[in-house]
Design a protein around this ligand. Structure first.
Ligand code: IN0
Length: 421
C-alpha cells in the first residue's frame, strides 16, 4: 500500500487504496486450479500488479487471451532486453518467437528475477496459448511475428530520427494496440478499430515510459540501449547522458519538454479510440493506463527530478484512477484536468513553449467539444491535491482553481471548493 506519510498527506487516498488492496487479495484467491493457468495468472500479478487487476475484470475468454498476450510480449521483451545474449543468438530467437508459442517443449533461459522464471517455465504459457480460441491465437501469433522482426531490426540500429522513434515505438507498443484491437474484435464485443488509432494508444503509453525512465535506463549496468531520439536531444546536448549532469539542468529540462510535447501529439487519437469502445471492462482496461500516462506527463513536464530520481504518480492516486475510471466523461475530465496542471508549467522562454501550449489547448478543445465537461464539476476535484499543490507557486495553484471554475456550467455559478490546499 502507499507509504504512511503519503496517506497522512492525502487521507482521501485511504479508501481507494484499501479497496485496491482488497481487490488484489480477491484476485489472488481466484487463481485458476490448472497448473498452467495458475502459473500464468500468478506471473501476471508478479510482473504487473495494478494492471493485472484490470485484466482480471475482463470476460473469461478475452481475459485469458489478454493474459497470454501480455506474458508472450513480456517474454519477447526479456529476450530483447538481455544484453548478455550475443546478437547472432538473439536475432533468430526474436524472429522465430511467434512459432515458439506453439511448441510446448521450447524454452530459452534468460532475464533475471521473475522474468527468468517466466522464461524457464515458458511451457506453461505455450500450454495455455494452445487452449485459446483460433481467432485469439492468430492475433497473438501475427503481432508476435511482426514485433519480433521489428525488435530484431532495432537490435543493431540506434534511434536517430523522430521517424525512427515512431517506428521503434510502433514495433514495441503500437503493435500491442493493433493486437489488442484484434482480440477485442475476436471477443465479439467491439468493432475493429482503425490501425492508426490503435497504434497511437500504444505510442502514447510507450513514449511516456521512455520519458519517465530516462535515469533508470541511462544508469543501467550493463549499459542499456536508449530510445530518446538523437534528432531531439542533439538540439540540447552533445551526448544523451549529459542531460543528467547538474551543469546541463536548463538544457535537460528543455529537452524533456520537447519529448513531452512530442508524446502529447497522440492524445486526440487516443481519445477517439476510447470513445468508440462499448464494453465497460474493455473500456476500463484501455482508459486506466492512458489516464496514468497523461498524469505522468503532467508530472514530468518541466521537472528536473526526471534526471535525478524516480518520478511517478503516487500509489494512492493510481488507486483512485483505478477506482473512478468508468466512462468517457471521466476520461475527458481527467485529460482536461491533467492538461491544466501542465499548462501553467509552460515557461514562455522554453524553445517549444508555443508548440506545447497549442498541443495542450488542442487536447482541452477535444475534451470540451465532447460536450460532457460542463455537466460535472470535476472528476478530479476529489483527487486534490493531485500532486502536492502546496508546493506549487500560488499562481499555479490558483490555475487549478480556475480549471474547476471553467468547468462549471455558466459563468455566474461559483461553488465553494472544499479541498483547497
Ligand atoms: C499494455 C498496455 C495497454 C493497455 C490497454 C490498452 C492498450 C492499447 C494499446 C497499447 C497498449 C495498451 O498497458 C500496459 C500498462 C502497464 O503494464 N502498466 C504497469 C505500470 C507501469 O508503469 O509499467 C503496471 O504494472 O500496472 C503497458 O504499459 N503495456 C502493455 C503491454 C501489454 C499489453 Cl497486452 C497491454 C506496455 C506497452 C509497452 C506500453 C505496450
Amino acid at each position: 500500500m502507499g507509504s504512511l506519510a503519503a496517506v497522512l498527506r492525502h487521507p482521501d487516498d485511504l479508501y481507494p487504496l484499501l479497496k485496491l488492496k482488497m481487490a488484489s487479495r480477491q484476485a489472488e484467491k481466484q487463481i485458476p486450479p490448472e497448473p498452467h493457468w495458475a502459473f500464468c495468472y500468478s506471473m501476471l500479478h508478479k510482473v504487473s500488479r495494478s494492471f493485472a487487476l484490470v485484466i482480471q475484470q475482463l470476460g473469461t475468454d478475452l481475459r485469458n487471451a489478454v493474459c497470454i498476450f501480455y506474458l508472450v510480449l513480456r517474454a519477447l521483451d526479456t529476450v530483447e532486453d538481455d544484453t548478455s545474449i550475443p546478437t547472432d543468438v538473439k536475432v533468430p530467437i526474436l524472429i522465430a518467437f511467434h512459432r515458439h508459442v506453439y511448441d510446448r517443449e521450447w524454452h530459452f533461459s534468460c532475464g533475471t528475477k521473475e522474468y527468468k522464471v517466466l522464461m524457464d517455465q515458458f511451457h506453461h504459457v505455450s500450454t495455455a496459448f494452445l487452449e485459446l480460441g483460433k481467432g485469439y491465437q492468430d492475433a497473438i501469433e501475427d503481432i508476435t511475428k511482426r514485433m519480433g522482426a521489428g525488435m530484431a531490426k532495432f537490435i543493431c540500429k540506434e534511434v536517430e530520427s523522430i521517424d525512427d522513434y515512431d517506428e521503434y515505438c510502433y514495433y514495441v507498443a503500437g503493435l500491442v494496440g493493433l493486437g489488442l484491437s484484434k482480440l477485442f474484435y475476436a471477443s465479439g464485443t467491439e468493432d475493429l478499430a482503425p490501425d492508426s488509432l490503435s497504434n497511437s494508444m500504444g505510442l502514447f503509453l510507450q513514449k511516456t515510459n521512455i520519458i519517465r525512465d530516462y535515469l533508470e535506463d541511462i544508469n543501467e549496468i550493463p549499459k542499456c540501449r536508449m530510445f530518446w531520439p538523437r534528432e531531439i536531444w542533439s538540439k540540447y546536448v552533445n551526448k544523451l547522458e549529459d542531460l543528467k549532469y547538474e551543469e546541463n539542468s536548463d538544457k535537460a529540462v528543455q529537452c524533456l519538454n520537447d519529448m513531452v510535447t512530442n508524446a502529447l501529439m497522440h492524445v486526440e487519437d487516443c481519445l477517439k479510440y476510447m470513445s468508440a469502445l462499448r464494453d465497460h471492462a474493455i473500456f476500463r482496461f484501455c482508459a486506466i493506463p492512458q489516464i496514468m500516462a497523461i498524469g505522468t506527463l503532467a508530472l514530468c513536464y518541466n521537472n528536473i527530478e526526471v534526471f535525478r530520481g524516480v518520478v511517478k504518480m503516487r500509489r494512492g492516486l493510481t488507486a483512485k484512477v483505478i477506482d473512478r475510471t468508468n466512462n468517457m466523461t471521466d476520461v475527458y475530465l481527467a485529460f482536461y484536468d491533467f492538461s491544466n496542471i501542465l499548462k501553467p508549467k509552460i515557461n514562455k522562454n522554453d524553445p517549444n513553449a508555443t508548440k506545447t501550449l497549442s498541443r495542450v489547448e488542442a487536447i482541452q478543445k477535444a475534451c470540451m467539444d465532447s460536450g460532457v465537461l460542463n455537466k460535472r464539476l470535476s472528476y478530479f476535484s476529489s483527487y486534490w491535491p493531485l500532486f502536492s499543490l502546496t508546493s506549487l507557486p500560488p499562481e499555479q495553484a490558483s490555475s487549478r482553481i480556475t480549471t474547476i471554475f471553467n468547468l462549471l456550467p455558466g459563468p455566474s455559478i461559483v461553488r465553494p471548493i472544499k479541498c483547497l490546499p
